[in-house]
Design a protein. Structure first.
Length: 510
């Protein structure tokens, strides 16, 4: 079988999703899970974007073993130099150099002509070869580029030493048959094309990212660039989990293999969802909550008789344990908890297990029946927990009704064990709580509420409530998460979590 190289850009293109702002530790945590998943290449960010992005790329280059670390760079010599500083310590490393190639982008974005772009490509790749032989080149907006020019720019890149040519459908404009033909025509019209790896990077603006990627593979591409859960600019990118399970489930058709451990897909998907604050739709292929649930009587009857009548994927193959097989209560110990966490796909450190056990005991006093989704929410909450908290919630008390203004009393402890308390009010219990926190934490006055989302972990009346709060200053967003059976407490924790991120980042910057 031919091998398909999986290039993951969750931490670069995926992070460009509006509202997402991952810190360095969150990026490292995701990168470790991507290595465990078995991706071949990780694109950990755009080093020139900010000092934080540079640090994340540099630390991932130094700390993550296994995948190639790819440094994303504009076709500018100074950018290439800076990107090299970020990736040079990686055991396996490469550049990813890009420049616009379509007429509309060359004219309106670059204010250049085609020949000037060719000259830039030649100079930038030649310069990058001074650092490493592994160079990927992308003609941005390739699917809307004049074909003869696309052949020329690709051929120039190969002549100068590019080892991977990536053909992006940057704005999700193409269709599967059209994109198949673009790849096929490149294969037939570019000299030395068989000496390099042909890659594709498809966006999902018209819902075709996965289909276009697979059509390109059928035409001769051997690397697919994608993201976990399909996150990314605008409508996102090709979803890694969908591509992998297409290639795996329909191996009889595609006859390709990858290095991906499919049993890690669900865990990776949940981790990215929690860090990014973007919930997984219940009908999301492969990892959605409803994918392996059958309500129709005919479907239920078929699955009970033979699973494959209505399930083309075994849930265990993507890391989803069947529901209802966990019995945990107030008498359960750490060993049982660790065992159930492992069944759900999570390996915990001793410290994480102790913290999880404490949270579990608190929850079991409030919620007698613990379901797998409850335990998983606690586990991910522990994994994604911010360790250097400046402030923590101690108490919140609410008075609210449908005919009077709501009142809140909030008590907060700082990292020096100082207790602070205040009372405030608002049009509802959430606003009253947030307004009171603002009275206690000075930095909150510099931020506006950008997003507030609440969801239920399970279908029970006593379900854990999960809240995502996104705060924004003039330029950046800060995402916080809260998890508690009491939605007011969960909201307060999420708000304080976002504030802690803002304070930590701005204190470090100063």
């Amino acid at each position: 079988m031919d091998k398909i190289i999986i290039f993951d850009t969750t931490l670069r293109d995926g992070e460009q999703t509006p509202g997402i702002s991952l810190n360095v530790n969150e990026k490292i945590s995701i990168a470790k899970q991507l290595a465990k998943l078995g991706v071949d290449v990780i694109e950990p960010g755009f080093p020139l974007t900010s000092p934080g992005d540079f640090e994340a790329v540099q630390r991932i280059s130094r700390e993550i073993e296994g995948p190639t670390i790819c440094g994303f760079s504009r076709a500018i010599l100074s950018d290439i130099d800076k990107t090299w500083e970020a990736i040079k310590d990686a055991y396996n490393k490469c550049f990813h150099i890009f420049i616009s190639s379509s007429y509309i982008q060359i004219k309106h974005q670059l204010d250049k002509n085609e020949q000037e772009v060719i000259d830039i490509v030649r100079k930038s790749i030649t310069h990058a070869k001074n650092y490493t032989d592994e160079i990927e080149f992308s003609p941005m907006d390739a699917s809307r580029t004049r074909m003869e020019f696309l052949y020329e720019i690709v051929e120039t890149a190969i002549e100068c030493g590019a080892t991977v040519i990536n053909i992006p459908d940057t704005v999700g404009y193409s269709t599967p048959l059209e994109f198949h033909n673009i790849i096929k025509n490149i294969k037939n019209n570019v000299r030395n094309i068989d000496n390099i790896i042909l890659s594709v990077h498809c966006h999902n603006d018209l819902g075709m990212a996965v289909a276009n990627s697979l059509a390109a593979v059928s035409a001769g591409a051997r690397q697919i660039e994608c993201t976990i859960n399909g996150i990314g600019e605008r409508a996102g990118n090709a979803a890694l989990e969908e591509i992998i399970m297409q290639l795996t489930t329909r191996k009889d058709y595609y006859n390709f293999e990858t290095n991906i451990d499919t049993r890690q897909l669900y865990t990776t998907s949940k981790l990215v969802s929690k860090y990014s604050g973007i919930p997984i739709p219940v009908n999301k292929p492969i990892v959605g909550k409803n994918v392996f649930i059958h309500e129709s009587g005919i479907h239920q009857d078929g699955v009970l008789k033979e699973r494959e009548t209505y399930e083309i994927i075994n849930p265990k193959d993507v890391g989803i344990e069947t529901q209802g097989n966990i019995i945990l209560g107030k008498h359960s110990g750490k060993h049982a908890l660790k065992k159930e966490a492992k069944k759900l796909g999570y390996e915990l450190t001793d410290e994480q297990l102790i913290n999880l056990f404490n949270d579990f005991k608190l929850l079991v006093d409030k919620k007698k029946k613990i379901k797998p989704e409850d335990l998983e929410a606690l586990i991910i909450g522990e994994i994604t927990h911010l360790t250097n908290e400046i402030y923590v919630l101690e108490e919140v008390e609410i008075y609210t009704s449908n005919f009077e203004i709501s009142n809140a009393r909030v008590k907060i402890k700082d990292n020096k064990d100082n207790l602070m308390e205040a009372k405030g009010e608002g049009n509802g219990p959430i606003e009253a709580t947030f307004n009171t926190i603002k009275l206690l934490i000075e930095e909150a006055k510099h931020l506006n509420l950008n997003q507030y989302r609440v969801s239920s972990i399970s279908n029970d009346f006593d379900s854990l409530g999960e809240v995502v709060v996104v705060l924004k200053d003039n330029t950046e967003t800060y995402l916080g998460k809260g998890l508690h059976p009491n939605i007011i407490v969960s909201s307060a924790n999420a708000y304080i979590s976002a504030l802690n991120k803002y304070i930590c980042k701005n204190t470090k910057t100063k």
